[in-house]
Design a protein around this ligand. Structure first.
Ligand SMILES: Nc1nc2c(c(=O)[nH]1)N[C@H]1C(S)=C(S)[C@@H](COP(=O)(O)OP(=O)(O)OC[C@H]3O[C@@H](n4cnc5c(=O)[nH]c(N)nc54)[C@H](O)[C@@H]3O)O[C@H]1N2
Ligand SMILES: Nc1nc2c(c(=O)[nH]1)N[C@H]1C(S)=C(S)[C@@H](COP(=O)(O)OP(=O)(O)OC[C@H]3O[C@@H](n4cnc5c(=O)[nH]c(N)nc54)[C@H](O)[C@@H]3O)O[C@H]1N2
Ligand SMILES: [Mo]
Length: 761
């Protein structure tokens, strides 16, 4: 393995750039939370919220989808969970006075950080083009205008219904009911930008588009692989799980172009002895700095090494290293996979992965020496033009040794938003099954449309081309999250109707349409009172556990409504002829859950089972070696190595999250574990690449990805990153990504392999 640990930061001081030497977690994490609380909540406010996070009778943390240990009885500290909560429970408000003071044009000049930092929305708003201000509007009038806007479209497929993954199961289910009763399957969804490669790839491989492991499996695993994800920032509670494994001596193998502190060392705020000593737990036992976009080659290399070692073992009279009994009983396609791997040469594997053969053989050896292996992965695998292929290569590797459907083994996609998986489960999909639609029709007396709808890329293209005329967004910041703002911002401005249901005002609201309405909703942390009394909602974590989430804080403003209530308000106004008792559903969310159960049989006894402490797990066939594929078998699937990676001289830029952001929500300008303070205009590069380009640490450059696609005035940071690889922060770098650059199978934008050049500015 090449050693990139020599960092030249010390040689030339660059403002806001320093080498970070501490572990992840530790006192830095506690300090960051104290600052966030002071900044957002002031001295007077209610910090009780932080103590109710992920408690059996509290709310589900809106931060990430990592599950909670069943035994949770005390507060599991998580810096970024705490930031997500303080950001929502902030004492700051954007009220009608705020919008009277600031015009839309002025606000458009604010940064994404400043827009959300201004505080929580308090009133429904409508954009008034005559004054260029957002004005308060009564709920009924807002609903009437939205209803009129939807009714005015000549075809329901001119409307796009976007969901961001914080919506509860109850809200998402009502949202899909509204869209389908209205007449469309257009469901662009944040998971289209995230784990769609998982949702499309895994069903073909193993018959289910979800992870197969539970948290308990991590206690039994003999080796854990972490490929293309950054848990120290994005799933911090996972570090407790990884530390426990590391302390048991379980190898943790990392493949990531960047050296990420959260995968190297962790000081757990749960462990007083660690906090008070200089000790931290070492996490990664092997750290392989694969090239950006080089994972497909690396995985083929691991399989090649495994096949070679298997052949050697057989020749020496051993039983071989593949799980042959499993393969015969459960799988199809081994010969084709083997042929493909045999015909892929080591030279190509090494060139494309950026790893030498010995490193890949070492990874493979760690893999086959372990009886039970869990492969974890995130956006570093999925957000490429070959994202689906990458996911299927991970499945291939696991299937070769029967590492799916046995305790301590399996595949573990690290999901994004806290309920992104649940939203999909309860019907947010542009390609619904006939069986599901038939049950929806029967339950609600509608005729749902059968034609497939739009995913996120399709929706943006339809808006750009004038085929889509209305956008109803349940959460999120679609315009900023998607690639290609050059094209997409104009597309938003062409709409007839734009509706955003949000906790915080953001840039998507400012891309005003002919009619632009912003509806303020309750957040997770807040108490939700309806006609029958207090309500709670349910979510599904990334291990298919469904459980309750109960907000208890006083709502940020008296005029806020819950997401289900807002969806019902829109539905009643837009669909006067549809005989669904929307008010009845909203009065008591048990009735929504009964509806979910009627449409999705996996939720049998939903209202009973979800009241059990800790909730229940949805069926994941592959966890029990039931393969819900067309022929009942798991499939080895082959793919050619493709993409720009490996071409001589090509620089591939990946876009990443800082430690101080939640997607398009920028909490602050620091990225502690990468040593960046007070700025985001940096590009991380390998020192040898810089030398070849005649550039140095601290130089100011333009990053160019083609005509009209450039980021100007970025400062180069020499960093521990694989050769041929660059990294810059999302969402700023989205202007480098054309909408056309996406995985053809899943539609996932290629946010993590953008071909660029660097030029001195
Ligand atoms: N605090 C916080 N928590 C979050 C989020 C947040 O923004 N902030 N976002 C949530 C959401 S929606 C999601 S989807 C998840 C995202 O969680 P992650 O999947 O961890 O997301 P990223 O920050 O995009 O980074 C992925 C990692 O992949 C690495 N990487 C980049 N390119 C490649 C590559 O080509 N190959 C490999 N092997 N690795 C690569 C990067 O160096 C980085 O360490 O987190 C969720 N949780
Ligand atoms: N270049 C690049 N682009 C990316 C990515 C990348 O790695 N690189 N990652 C992609 C990924 S994985 C994702 S998931 C998308 C994220 O895309 P989105 O899900 O669209 O974006 P978020 O930033 O999570 O949404 C933030 C907004 O959600 C609203 N919000 C917060 N909580 C609630 C709530 O409880 N209810 C409601 N109704 N609204 C709420 C707030 O108003 C806030 O402004 O971005 C994608 N874009
Ligand atoms: Mo995501």
């Amino acid at each position: 393995m090449q050693d990139y640990s020599d960092t030249p930061e010390a040689e030339r001081p660059v403002a806001g750039v320093e080498h970070y030497d501490g572990p992840a977690g530790g006192w830095g994490a506690l300090k960051a939370v104290a600052l966030a609380v002071r900044d957002q909540m002031g001295a007077s406010t209610d910090t009780r919220a932080l103590l109710q996070m992920n408690q059996p009778d509290g709310f589900d943390c809106p931060g990430c989808a990592w599950p909670d240990p069943k035994k949770t009885s005390s507060f599991e500290f998580c810096e970024n969970g705490a930031k997500a909560v303080t950001w929502e429970a902030t004492a700051k408000r954007v009220d009608p006075d705020f919008f009277a003071r600031h015009s839309a044009t002025e606000l458009f000049g604010w940064s994404d950080h400043a827009l959300e930092d201004a505080g929580r929305l308090t009133h429904p708003l409508r954009y008034d083009p005559a004054t260029d201000h957002f004005m308060p509007i009564a709920w009924d009038e807002a609903f009437a205008r939205i209803g009129a806007g939807l009714q005015a479209l000549s075809d329901p497929n001119q409307a796009e219904f976007y969901t961001s993954g914080r919506a509860s199961n109850e809200a998402a289910f009502l949202f899909q009911l509204l869209a389908r009763a209205y007449g469309t399957n257009n469901f662009p969804d944040c998971s289209n930008m995230c784990h769609e490669a998982t949702s499309v790839g895994l069903p073909q491989s193993i018959g289910v588009g979800k992870g197969t492991v539970t948290l308990e499996d991590f206690d039994l695993a003999d080796a854990i692989f972490c490929i293309g994800h950054n848990p120290g920032t994005n799933h911090p509670r996972m570090l407790s799980t990884l530390s426990a494994a590391a302390r048991r001596g379980v190898p943790i193998v990392v493949a990531n172009p960047l050296r990420e502190r959260g995968l190297e060392r962790f000081k757990s705020p749960q462990h007083p002895s660690e906090m008070l000593s200089t000790q931290a737990t070492e996490l990664a036992s092997e750290y392989h700095q694969v090239r950006v976009g080089g994972d497909g080659a690396m995985l083929k290399g691991m399989m090649k090494a495994l096949f070679e070692a298997d052949a050697a073992d057989l020749a020496a009279g051993g039983a071989g290293l593949l799980d042959r009994a499993f393969i015969v009983e459960h799988t199809l396609g081994l010969d084709a996979l083997r042929g493909d791997i045999d015909s892929t040469g080591w030279d190509e594997i090494v060139a494309r992965s950026g790893l030498d053969r010995a490193a890949i053989e070492r990874m493979a050896q760690t893999y086959w020496r372990a009886e039970r292996v869990i492969l974890c992965y995130g956006m570093g695998i999925t957000q490429h033009a070959n994202g689906t292929a990458n996911v299927q290569q991970l499945a291939n590797l696991l299937l070769l040794r029967g590492n799916i459907g046995k305790p301590g083994a399996g595949i573990c996609p690290l999901r994004g938003h806290s309920n992104v998986q649940g939203d999909r489960t309860v019907g947010i999909t542009e390609i619904p099954s006939e069986a599901m639609l038939a049950r929806l029709d029967a339950r609600f007396g509608i005729t749902a449309p059968r034609a497939h709808g739009h995913n996120a890329v399709d929706a943006l293209a339809a808006m750009r081309d004038g085929r889509a005329k209305a956008l109803i967004a349940l959460g999120g910041n679609l315009a900023v999250a998607m690639p290609d703002p050059q094209a997409s911002f104009a597309a938003f401005r062409k709409l007839d109707l734009s509706v955003n249901i949000l906790t915080k005002f953001n840039r998507t609201c400012l891309l005003t349409a002919r009619e632009t309405i912003v509806l303020p909703c309750l957040g997770r942390t807040e108490h939700d009172a309806q006609a029958s009394g207090s309500q709670w909602v349910t979510v599904e974590d990334s291990m298919s556990m469904v459980h309750a989430s109960r907000g208890r804080l006083k709502p940020a403003a008296p005029d806020l409504r819950s997401e289900p209530a807002i969806i019902a308000g829109i539905a009643k106004a837009a669909l006067p002829g549809v005989a669904i008792d929307w008010d009845g559903l909203v009065a008591d969310y048990d009735r929504i859950r009964d509806g979910i159960e009627a449409v999705f049989p996996d939720f049998r006894d939903f209202n009973v089972r979800v009241r059990h402490k800790g909730g229940f797990r949805l069926t994941v066939g592959a966890s029990n070696r039931v393969w819900n594929t067309s022929d009942g078998k798991a499939h080895f699937l082959t793919h050619p190595l493709a993409g720009a990676s490996g071409e001589a001289g090509a620089l591939l830029l990946t876009t990443i999250r800082s430690h101080d952001q939640y997607n398009t929500t920028i909490y602050g300008l620091n990225d502690r574990y990468r040593g960046i303070t007070g700025r985001r205009d940096v590009v991380f590069a390998n020192a040898d690449d810089l030398a070849e380009l005649g550039l140095a640490h601290g130089d100011v450059v333009n990053i160019e990805a083609g005509p009209g696609r450039r980021l100007e005035g970025y400062t180069v940071v020499a960093y521990a990153i694989a050769r041929g690889s660059l990294a810059a922060y999302y969402p700023e770098a989205n202007c480098l990504v054309p909408l056309e650059d996406h995985d053809p199978h899943s539609g996932t934008p290629s946010y993590k392999s953008v071909r660029v050049t660097l030029r001195a500015a």
